[in-house]
Design a protein around this ligand. Sequence first.
Ligand code: CDP
Ligand code: CDP
Length: 218
Amino acid sequence: MKTFKIAIDGPAGVGKSSTAKAVAKKLGFVYVDTGAMYRSVGVYCLDNNLQPEEVVPHLDKISIDMKYIDDIQYVYLNGEDVTKKIRTPEGSIYASKVAVIKEVREKLVSLQQQMGMHNNVVMDGRDIGNRVFPDADAKIFLTASAEKRAERRFNELNGTVPYDEILNDIKFRDKNDSTRKIDPLRPSSDSVIVDNSDMTLEETILHIYNICIERIEK
Ligand code: CDP
Ligand code: CDP
């Protein structure tokens, strides 16, 4: 059975997950948040006092499930609800650290590919167009300045985390994600690059939905 695959990649705070989730809903596709999977492996390290590189022998013991109830995504790590834990600043940093490990990427990429075999999916992450689905029906690379992305996160967190801390985290992860050896963050040659620095979320959603519809109906 042919399934449709939409890949949305880009740096932290650009609006990938909000956009991917809304586009998936409009298309009736399954939304897959691959960042939540890397974050869950990071939380496993934090909970078990492991340095990121020590997680490799544990990978077979790690199971990650995602469920949607009333449009809200819940993430389970070995049965435990880690939905909130994965979003802490520490969780973000650990996600980025485990994401440079080859074995971690192989395991998660394989799980993501299986999801796309059985469902029409909108998947967001860093390497979806390049690695997970090189044959995706539409590949979008979302981008915006680091300052704009930090401002969005700052507003999202209602000012509870200082702006400078958020900007530093974003810059740290931008560097880590784009300079790692395996599948660094970068647009594939066949992706549509969308700079949404001056677009609202609603404008971004509509723009990407229109690109997807055009590709799907071809
Ligand atoms: O939402 P945000 O963009 O802040 O991060 P995320 O998408 O939840 O991803 C968390 C971290 O996981 C990123 O900083 C990347 O290091 C890593 N990641 C990755 O390497 N590959 C993916 N496909 C998704 C996330
Ligand atoms: O998944 P990613 O880290 O790329 O970003 P996100 O969590 O979807 O979006 C980060 C924040 O930016 C959310 O509060 C979005 O509502 C907001 N956003 C925005 O204000 N304008 C946009 N054009 C896109 C996202």
